[in-house]
Ligand binder design. Structure first.
Ligand code: SF4
Length: 179
């Protein structure tokens, strides 16, 4: 049975997708390319890999790799070996793609102030939906069960045991788990 929750979720996601498609057209790019740039603009330092992108967008590694090649050729994405583990290649926005993302965020972000109750409702829906569909990860760091607020303005990731900057707690993470 189609519930009211499902209908409103569908409306939100289809509106977002339609706006993304328009933004992609305005930039002369494909939707998937904009989705990749948007992901890289939001994700944290543990999540900026081709594998994470493929999980996040639900696309095959082959198709992500094609799109990344195209973005690299246009100087919109840069690959660099991980400084801690040379076997891992990390992906970064370039100055050129950061400018594109500024324009896209302007086009897409609704002029609605963050409201605690609304955000709590969004989080609750995501948590329930992910659990029911056996999906995980990609939540905002500050809502993760491993996020430790040390109370003095600093944060720690309890999974990696590494310090987190406050700005990083706003990003999304592949390893995120709801409390
Ligand atoms: S606290 Fe959770 S979301 Fe944040 S970096 Fe660690 S694993 Fe990722």
């Amino acid at each position: 049975m189609i519930t009211d929750t499902y209908i409103w979720l569908e409306r939100l996601s289809s509106l977002h997708r339609s706006l993304m498609r328009k933004a992609a057209n305005a930039e002369g790019m494909q939707l998937v390319q904009i989705e990749i740039l948007q992901y890289l603009a939001m994700c944290n330092r543990y999540s900026n890999t081709a594998q994470a992108l493929s999980e996040y967008l639900g696309q095959t590694k082959g198709s992500i790799s094609q799109s990344l090649k195209c973005l690299e050729e246009q100087n919109l994405v840069e690959r660099k070996p991980c400084t801690e583990d040379g076997r891992i290649v990390r992906l970064y926005l370039t100055a050129k793609s950061k400018e594109i993302m500024k324009r896209i965020e302007k086009r897409l972000t609704p002029d609605i102030h963050d409201d605690e109750k609304t955000i709590a409702a969004f989080k609750s829906i995501l948590k329930t939906w992910q659990r029911q569909k056996n999906q995980k990860g990609f939540g905002q760091c500050r809502s993760c069960r491993f996020n430790i607020d040390k109370g003095d303005g600093s944060f720690l990731c309890g999974l990696t045991d590494e310090p987190l900057k406050k700005a990083e707690t706003m990003q999304i993470c592949r390893e995120h788990e709801f409390a």
